[in-house]
Design a binder for this molecule. Sequence first.
Ligand code: AMP
Length: 366
Amino acid sequence: MIPSVVEEGNKPFLLAKTSGNFFYFCAMETVVSGIRPTGVVHLGNYLGAIRNFVRMQDDSRYKMFTFIADYHALTTHTDAKELRSNVKSALAIYLGCGLDPDKATIYIQSHLPQIPELYLLFNMLAYKGELEKVPTFKEKVRAQEQSGKSINAGLLTYPVLMAVDIIIHRATKVPVGKDQESHLELARNFVNRFNFMFNNGETYFPEPYGFNYGEELLKVPSLDGTGKMSKSAENPNSAIYLLDEDEVIRKKIMRAVSDSGPTMPNQPKPEVIQNLFDLLDLASSAETIAYFDEQYNQCNIRYGDLKKQLAQDLIAMVSPIRKRIQDVLHDEVYLKKVAKQGAEVACESAQATLDGAKELVGLNYF
Ligand code: AMP
C-alpha cells in the first residue's frame, strides 16, 4: 500500500491504493471559535458556543482551535486590570466547561502576531460602506454614544478581525451563536474577494460557515423577556452566569418573566413563554418538555412548576461546570502552561497561512 497526499480544492485527502481499489480518507476539517473576555460568561455563551467546542474536540472529524478574543475586547473595554483578570477567568471557564488542551488548541488571540498582520491585509479588502451596515456595529455605536464614549476604528473593523481569527487557520466551521451570522456572511465576502483578487478565483481561503451540530444556530433568550442573554445586559438577573451559585440560579429562574397563562387550548405561546420553553428545550429531558407542552396546550400549566423544574435542570448542568472552573481559576501556573502550549501550535498554523497569503498578495520580493 503506497499512501500519498493529494490536494482537492483546499482540502487534503489521503489517497491509498490496495490491489486496484482506491480509498479516500477525508482530512480533518478545521474549526475555529472564541469568546471575548468582556464580562462574566453566561449560559448563552455556553450553549450557543462553548458546548459545541467541547463536542467538536472529541469528534474525530474536526481539528479544534479555540481562543480568547482579547483584541476584540479592546474595542469596547480598556481597563487593563479588568482585561487581565477576564482573560484568565475566560481560560479557566474554557477548562471548566471541558475543553482539554491535549485535544483542542486553546490560545489567547494576542499571542499570535500573525493575526494583526493578516488583519492589516484584510483591512485593505473591506469596504467602509459594508462595515457601517453591520447590525452589531450599529448597536455598539448606539451603546457607546449613550454612555458618552467615542467610536474607534477598531469597532468598525471588528468583522475584519473576526474573519481573520477564523481564516488564520483556514477554518471552514465556526461554532457560534445566531448573533454572529452577519459577521460570518461578511467573512465569506472577504475570503471570496481575496481569492478572486489574488488567486485567480481559486480557493486559498475556504468559506467559513456557522455550525451547531445539524441544527440552527442558537439564540439563548434573556430571562427578562427581551432579546438574547447578553454579557452587557443592564439587569444581571436577566442572565444565568456560569459562576452563579445554585441558589442564585434558582432565584433568577423563579423571577423570570411569564404571564397569567393561556386562555384557549393550543394557543400560540407569547415570546416570554416561548423563551421559557426554549430554555427547557436546552436543559431538560424530552419527557419534561412534552409534559409542560401538554399542560400549556390544555391550559393547565403552572408556571411555578415549570420554573422549579427548569431551575433544577439548569443547576444540574451549571453546577459541575462552576466547581471545575473554581478548581482552576487561581492556578496561574497551570493557566499559563495551557496558554503557552496553545500559542505554540496556533502560531505554527497561523504562520503557514500568513506566508501563503503574503506570497499571493505579492509581498515576497527576494
Ligand atoms: P461573545 O463573547 O459575547 O462575543 O460571545 C461568544 C460566543 O457566544 C459567540 O459565539 C456568540 O454567538 C455566543 N453567544 C453569545 N450570547 C449568546 C446567546 N444569548 N445565545 C447563543 N449564543 C450566544
